[in-house]
Design a protein around this ligand. Structure first.
Ligand code: PAF
Length: 285
C-alpha cells in the first residue's frame, strides 16, 4: 500500500492508473477509522481495480475550533488498518497541500437547493460548504469511477448526490448502510471520545429510534418527534440537539406519514456530538 502526501504525486499515480484503464474506487475519510469505514473500504476493494482512501481532517467543515482540535488523528494506526483491508493507496495531505490561504478564510459558495437549511446545516452553519469544497476537490484529484459514503451522515450523502448532479461530476455515488455495534450504537470516530459510562448511555439513542418505528403511523410525525426527544433527554448526559422526521429526498420535515421518510438525530452525550438516523419506510406500522 502506498501512502501519498503530495498532490503532484497523486496526480502522477492517477494518470498512470487511467492509462492502464484501471477502475478507481474512492473512500474519502477524516481518519480515526473504525469498522464502519472497514465495510466501505471492503466494498470499494471488491468493486474496483484500485481502492484509494483519503485521510484528511478537513478544517473548513468544522464550525467549532475545539471540535477540530480534538478530532482523533493517528495516521500510523489508520494506515495499518487500511493495509489489512486491501486498500492500495492512501492520500493523506497536509491542509496547505489542499488549500490556499484565502480558501481557509472565505466560505466556499455552492447552491444546495435548500438541502443545507435543515438539521446539520441549521446547527452547523458552513459545515456543508466545507464538505462540498473538500469532496469536490478530492473528486477532481482522484477522478474515481465510484465513491463510497455511509448513510449515517444521511444529509451529507443527500448533498453529495446533489453536488455530483449539479456540478456534473462523472462519478457513481454508492450509499452504504449504517454499521452498528452489537448493542446498536452507530459506529463513529467520535465514539472514541466517550467514557465507558457514556457509551452505555449513548446506546439509548439507537434503542429509542428503533422503538419509535412501532409508533409511526399511530402517532403523527410531530408527536413521534416529541416522543423520541423526551425519551432520549430522560437519560442523564444525553441532550438532543434536534430530531427531525423528513422526506428522504427533500429533507423537509413531513406533517403526515408517507413513504420514504427518515428520522435524523443529533445528540450531545456529555460534550461529544453524535448523529444517527432511522428509516420509517412504510405505512404498515
Ligand atoms: O464524512 C466524512 O468523514 C467527511 O465529511 C468527508 C466526506 C470525508 C469530507 O471531509
Amino acid at each position: 500500500m502506498k501512502i501519498i502526501r503530495l498532490k503532484t504525486e497523486l496526480e502522477a499515480e492517477i494518470e498512470s492508473l487511467k492509462s492502464e484503464n484501471k477502475t478507481i474506487g474512492f473512500v474519502p475519510t477524516m481518519g480515526a477509522l473504525h469498522d464502519g469505514h472497514k465495510t466501505l473500504v471492503e466494498r470499494c476493494v471488491a468493486e474496483n481495480d484500485i481502492c484509494i482512501v483519503s485521510i484528511f481532517v478537513n478544517p473548513t467543515q468544522f464550525n467549532n475550533a475545539a471540535d477540530l482540535e480534538k478530532y482523533p488523528r493517528d495516521l500510523y494506526r489508520d494506515s495499518e488498518f487500511l493495509e489489512n483491508v486491501g486498500c492500495q493507496y492512501v492520500f493523506a495531505p497536509n491542509p496547505d497541500e489542499i488549500y490556499e490561504a484565502d480558501e481557509l478564510k472565505n466560505q466556499f459558495e455552492f447552491d444546495f437547493g435548500g438541502l443545507d437549511k435543515v438539521m446539520e446545516g441549521k446547527f452547523r452553519p458552513g459545515h456543508f460548504n466545507g464538505v462540498v469544497q473538500i469532496v469536490s476537490k478530492l473528486f477532481k484529484l482522484v477522478q474515481p469511477d465510484k465513491a463510497y459514503f455511509g448513510e449515517k451522515d444521511f444529509q451529507q450523502l443527500s448533498i453529495i448526490h446533489h453536488m455530483v448532479n449539479s456540478l456534473k461530476i462523472n462519478v457513481e455515488i454508492i450509499d452504504c448502510p449504517i454499521v452498528r455495534e452489537q448493542n446498536g450504537l452507530a459506529m463513529s470516530s467520535r465514539n472514541e471520545r466517550l467514557t465507558e459510562d457514556q457509551r452505555k448511555k449513548a446506546v439509548e439513542i439507537s434503542k429509542v429510534l428503533f422503538e419509535s418505528r412501532n409508533f409511526a403511523g399511530q402517532l403523527s410525525p410531530k408527536e413521534l418527534t416529541n416522543w423520541v426527544i423526551e425519551k432520549i433527554n430522560a437519560v442523564s448526559e444525553l441532550n438532543v440537539e434536534y430530531y427531525e422526521i423528513v422526506n428522504t429526498k427533500t429533507l423537509q420535515p413531513i406533517n403526515s406519514w408517507s413513504e420514504h421518510t427518515v428520522g435524523c438525530i443529533a445528540v450531545f452525550c456529555g460534550e461529544v456530538r453524535l448523529i444517527d438516523n432511522i428509516r420509517y419506510n412504510s405505512l404498515n406500522n
